[in-house]
Design a protein around this ligand. Structure first.
Ligand SMILES: Nc1nc2c(c(=O)[nH]1)N[C@H]1C(S)=C(S)[C@@H](COP(=O)(O)OP(=O)(O)OC[C@H]3O[C@@H](n4cnc5c(=O)[nH]c(N)nc54)[C@H](O)[C@@H]3O)O[C@H]1N2
Ligand SMILES: Nc1nc2c(c(=O)[nH]1)N[C@H]1C(S)=C(S)[C@@H](COP(=O)(O)OP(=O)(O)OC[C@H]3O[C@@H](n4cnc5c(=O)[nH]c(N)nc54)[C@H](O)[C@@H]3O)O[C@H]1N2
Ligand code: SF4
Ligand SMILES: [Mo]
Length: 787
């Protein structure tokens, strides 16, 4: 019987799940017959997304059916890629990774973790096991081309690098969005479906006002009440000037937030008057004043920033100032302002307990002396660590759901570096721009072949909900889910390393029994435990309770309790394997009580459309993880950057050959680098173009449709020009995630819509001074016509 016959006989059925492509978590309804997907629509009964989806949802089908998608481990041979059995792949990976670390030291293995990891709970839960098995300090991720400054600001202010303020978009009356384009991106750190509608609704509320501040007149600007063009990289000046207005008008008020050192701020912002910063920022002094005064006086107001204020020269300062502006205007932790989440699996609560998550500058990178954050080094220096000889040089890499050749600055340099590795293992579903350098690629199951729970994104959503999506299709026989591959490889590495050490407490039997235990528990078992322990699980609010205990000023001997707990935790965690992810969340499992009711995986499984838990609620000061339950506003770690800005106020900018500033751009039909193999999503008008203001085009005698060359310190790319009025003069914009013409990649659709990679011309030497974060917005470039 062939497939067609099977399909004809099968009933037409409906499957419900959450789309896990971007951060919006839309509910989808998939109609299918046998193995055949008939349609993908919005799930009208999803209590949060209510039927909304964007065009990318169809990619769930395209990814599943894509003939280029890898379904088996692939080994690079002299005659090209060869599919090999799974077990053989696990053995080979463990063997090579162990031998590199034996020959050159554990730091000779590097690991880079990409964005889709956050959309795959199994990977999140089992990554720590893999990291521990590798034992390397050379860890990198998309964090340092994305939200790292937000983590640092949250750590400094709230004592927890995983506790993020999120705009309460459903109840705010005045929202200022600086350097974010949620209408295209679906909303980041303000996650939830149909953000365009949610934002539009702000304008309908009393005194409702949506303000966008962006060098480009974006899709979000189109629906805003007002838009102001800003010079890239000058946001910190704007924020300091707003702060200056607030203090000079004596409008500061911090509501229920207990703060320290607010007077330091008053001093600090004195030089930054609206009049002084206006010319550099590009916004009139009266507008700056008005925004500041309204933020301080209007109820239900918030100011929010995203990539435009993050991956830029003053990313850390901007992110900190944004949070502080909300604090001193009484808009933090109040309805309609910036609030904190308490998701069903309390990732922020866990973050507060983790020493590693809350660590900054505990190590320095070998070549460029850049600081670590949350146990990772900045990705902008990954290529250096591979290319520069000496002790600790990276000789083997592991990538997990990442495409750094297209996403990290100076991708060309990284490419050269990857080509020199002795071994590279990529967990990915494609042979793409990065994974083509692999020795071995191990694919995940398709997005429709595994279950899904939004472990990470719920942390940064503007409304609490929970949804469990079962797999739609069985995974192919003999294949492994990604978490299983992680587990298989980490157990094998652990065994090999133990043989080398001979002295370890762990022997093969314990490693094997742990592995069996983890298989028995599975990703679902862990989710179930975490849900039961979470805030809606009717458990003793374990994580929450610990967090409170640890930061309670009234409790005598807190340090003793802390030491006791961490010592015990460490005893569990020292065992170095995948069990860690689980143990970290229930280290006190033996003291826990029977679960009486509340949220559990079984309950969620019965709610196929998901459950709406409700809006964010005020949680301070309890939710604070600072030891004394106050927010210290002293910006000691930022003083250098503030001084640098102050100096810039006095001197005018020097002329440079690179006379334009390059910024990024997102489009609703792309997602970073990896949806361009879906024909439905890439067809139509070319999207990988250079956007330039008509006056800049005229000055260079350039016309719409011309092929132009963009040059920077690091390289050049060619792209078609799109002349526009919707961008600030002096600024050009190019989307990232393109450049699929690289030989060796096997993306049959994407290569026909190749575009060019902006990260061939972003500069790995240009990093934020404090963290080493990549500066991808505001890169100096020049543009010429190609003859
Ligand atoms: N110039 C510039 N650069 C940027 C940005 C910018 O705005 N401008 N944005 C930055 C940001 S915010 C980010 S997050 C990074 C993203 O950087 P990365 O995470 O490195 O890149 P992605 O394009 O998201 O690549 C994801 C990879 O994961 C694979 N993949 C997808 N799903 C799965 C899965 O379930 N399992 C596995 N194993 N693989 C999977 C895809 O095939 C793809 O190879 O890019 C950054 N780079
Ligand atoms: N469709 C789609 N959705 C996505 C993604 C995608 O690639 N495509 N990627 C996902 C990921 S990984 C992330 S992190 C989020 C990102 O989500 P967003 O941050 O909302 O997305 P961006 O479009 O990068 O928005 C950044 C904005 O900052 C502006 N900008 C650039 N430089 C500056 C500056 O110096 N100052 C100011 N004020 N503005 C500046 C840009 O013009 C742009 O409009 O989106 C996620 N969702
Ligand atoms: S907005 Fe994001 S989550 Fe919703 S359908 Fe589109 S890609 Fe999926
Ligand atoms: Mo991102």
């Amino acid at each position: 019987m062939d497939m067609q016959q099977v399909n004809e006989q099968a009933d037409v059925k409906k499957h419900y799940r959450a789309c896990n492509i971007c951060d919006a978590m839309c509910g989808v309804e998939i109609e299918y017959q046998g193995e055949q997907i008939l349609s993908i629509r919005g799930d009208k009964n999803d209590p949060v997304s209510k039927g909304y989806i964007c065009p990318k949802a169809t990619a769930l089908q395209d990814l599943h059916e894509d003939p280029d998608r890898l379904r088996q481990p692939m080994l690079k041979t002299e005659n090209g890629w060869k599919a090999i059995p799974w077990e053989e792949a696990f053995e080979l990976a463990a063997e090579k990774l162990t031998s590199v670390s034996k020959n050159y030291g554990k730091n000779a293995v590097g690991i880079y973790v990409g964005n889709p990891t956050a959309h795959n709970h199994g990977n999140v839960l089992f990554l720590k096991g893999l990291n521990d098995a590798l034992g390397t300090h050379n860890r990198y991720s998309a964090t340092s081309v994305d939200q790292l400054p937000l983590m640092l600001a949250a750590m400094k202010l709230f004592g927890n690098a995983a506790l993020f303020p999120i705009p309460d978009v459903e109840r705010t009356h005045f929202l200022i969005i600086v350097g974010g384009n949620p209408v295209a991106s679906g909303g980041s750190f303000m996650c939830g479906a149909d953000i365009k509608k949610k934002l539009s609704e702000i304008k309908k509320r009393a005194h409702g006002r949506l303000v966008v501040i962006d060098p480009r007149f974006t899709e979000t600007a189109e629906i805003a009440s007002e838009h102001y063009y800003i010079t890239p990289g000058k946001d910190a000046l704007l924020f300091l000037a707003m702060m200056q207005v607030i203090f000079s008008e004596a409008l500061e008020h911090t509501g229920n937030i207990p703060v320290e050192n607010i007077n330091v701020l008053k001093e600090l912002c004195l030089p930054f008057t609206p009049g002084k910063v206006s010319a550099q920022v590009g916004i009139k002094p009266e507008v700056i004043r008005d925004l500041a005064i309204n933020l301080a006086t209007q109820e239900h107001a918030a100011i929010y920033g995203r990539l435009g204020t993050s991956i830029q020269e003053y990313g850390s300062l901007c992110s900190w100032l944004l949070y502080v502006l909300n604090i001193i205007t009484g808009n933090l932790d109040v309805e309609g302002g910036m609030m904190f989440t308490k998701p069903a699996i309390d990732v922020a609560g866990l973050g507060g307990l983790s020493e590693e998550v809350n660590s900054f500058d505990t190590r320095r990178s070998r070549v460029r002396n850049l600081p670590s954050m949350a146990g990772e080094f900045p990705s902008a220096t990954l290529a250096d660590e591979i290319l520069t000889e000496g002790e600790g040089q990276i000789k083997a890499m592991v990538t997990c759901a990442g495409n750094p050749v297209l996403s990290v600055p100076n991708g060309r340099k990284l490419e050269k570096a990857l080509a020199e590795l002795e071994f590279m293992l990529c967990f990915d579903m494609y042979v793409n721009e990065t994974t083509q350098y692999a020795t071995l690629i191990i694919p995940p199951t398709s997005p429709l072949e595994h279950c899904h729970y939004d472990l990470v994104i719920q942390l940064v959503a503007f409304r609490h909900s929970a949804k469990f999506s079962p797999p739609l299709f069985e995974k192919p026989e003999g294949s492994y889910h990604e978490w299983q591959s992680y587990l298989e490889i980490s157990s094998r590495i652990n065994k090999r390393k133990n043989k080398l050490k001979k002295t370890s407490r762990l022997n093969d039997v314990t490693i094997d029994s742990f592995k069996s235990y983890m298989y028995w528990l599975g990703d679902e078992g862990i989710l179930n435990l975490l849900l039961k322990m979470g805030p809606y699980g009717k458990k003793p609010l374990l994580i929450d309770g610990l967090n409170r205990l640890l930061s309670s000023p009234k409790l005598p001997g807190v340090n003793k309790v802390w030491n006791f707990l961490t010592e015990n935790l460490e005893n569990f965690l020292r065992s170095k394997h995948a069990m860690n992810a689980f143990l970290e969340t229930s280290p006190y499992g033996k003291y826990s009580f029977p679960v009486l009711g509340g949220l559990s995986l079984d309950k969620l499984k019965n709610e196929v459309h998901g459950v709406d838990i409700g809006p964010m609620v005020s949680m301070f000061p309890e939710r604070l993880n600072t030891r004394n339950k106050t927010v210290n506003l002293n910006p000691d770690y930022l003083l250098k950057d503030i001084q640098r800005l102050k100096n810039q106020l006095e001197v005018s900018a020097t002329q440079s050959d690179f006379d334009l500033l390059l910024i990024g751009r997102r489009h609703i039909r792309s997602n970073n680098s990896w949806l361009h193999n879906s024909y439905r999503l890439v067809k139509g008008k070319d999207r990988c173009t250079v956007l330039m203001h008509s006056s800049d085009a005229q000055n260079r005698n350039l016309h719409d449709g011309d092929i132009v060359m963009i040059q920077s310190r690091t390289g050049e790319i060619r792209l078609p020009l799109e002349v526009s009025e919707a961008i600030k003069p002096g600024v050009i914009s190019v989307p990232h995630g393109w450049g699929h013409h690289r030989e060796g990649a096997q993306l049959s659709v994407a290569e026909k819509f190749a575009g060019a990679s902006i990260n061939d011309i972003t500069d790995d030497a240009l990093v934020e001074s404090l963290t080493g974060l990549a500066i991808a917005n505001g890169v100096p470039v020049q543009v010429h016509k190609v003859h």
